[in-house]
Design a binder for this molecule. Structure first.
Ligand code: FE2
Ligand code: FE2
Length: 178
């Protein structure tokens, strides 16, 4: 029974961190878009900003359906918020330094870091669906629908952005992903 309670607490902690990751991602993409010199990268990050906004809304619906308070703060969530704010600050620092290409590269590196966490969150949410017990069917269904709505976006976010390294070397266009 104690293990069950612990598992439930861990799942909720994952959801709090996932929500904070999406909130931080919105701020990060706004900062990154402002640094994008490459036209394709600018469009891609604008699209990811919109998708990240949708992901936050998907999670808010999950919170509502599961009766969780989206304002709840946890130590892990505080760390996620701190890291997100630090990356936005890093992008602003690079922008103020006056080298647009270097600032774009810093933004791309921060996006990759943030998307690594975002992708991991959703992978874990998908795994959690598979491990919930039969009497937790409602919770599993809510999480499954959220996972199905988001996880392909997260694959794309994580695996596309490293191409920004090419843009950071000075090109203003390069081929979009298939
Ligand atoms: Fe996301
Ligand atoms: Fe993402």
């Amino acid at each position: 029974m104690a293990k069950k309670t612990g598992d439930r607490a861990q799942l909720h902690e994952l959801l709090y961190q996932a929500l904070e990751t999406e909130i931080g991602g919105i701020r990060l993409y706004k900062a990154a878009v402002a640094c994008a010199v490459n036209q394709d990268l600018h469009k891609e990050w604008e699209d990811y900003l919109n998708e990240t906004t949708t992901h936050r809304q998907v999670l808010l619906s999950v919170f509502e359906l599961l009766g969780l308070d989206p304002e709840t703060r946890t130590p892990g969530r505080e760390v996620v918020e701190h890291l997100g704010a630090s990356m936005v600050r890093a992008i602003e620092m690079a922008r103020q330094a006056g080298d647009p290409i270097a600032a774009q590269r810093v933004a791309a590196e921060c996006v990759v870091l943030a998307e690594t966490k975002d992708h991991a969150n959703w992978e874990l949410i998908g795994l959690a669906c598979d491990h919930l017990q039969a009497k937790e069917a409602k919770e599993a269904e809510v999480l499954r629908q959220a996972y199905d709505a988001v996880h392909r976006d997260e694959d794309h976010h994580l695996y596309y952005t490293p191409r920004a390294g090419r843009a950071s070397c000075g090109s203003t266009r390069w081929a979009s992903p298939p």
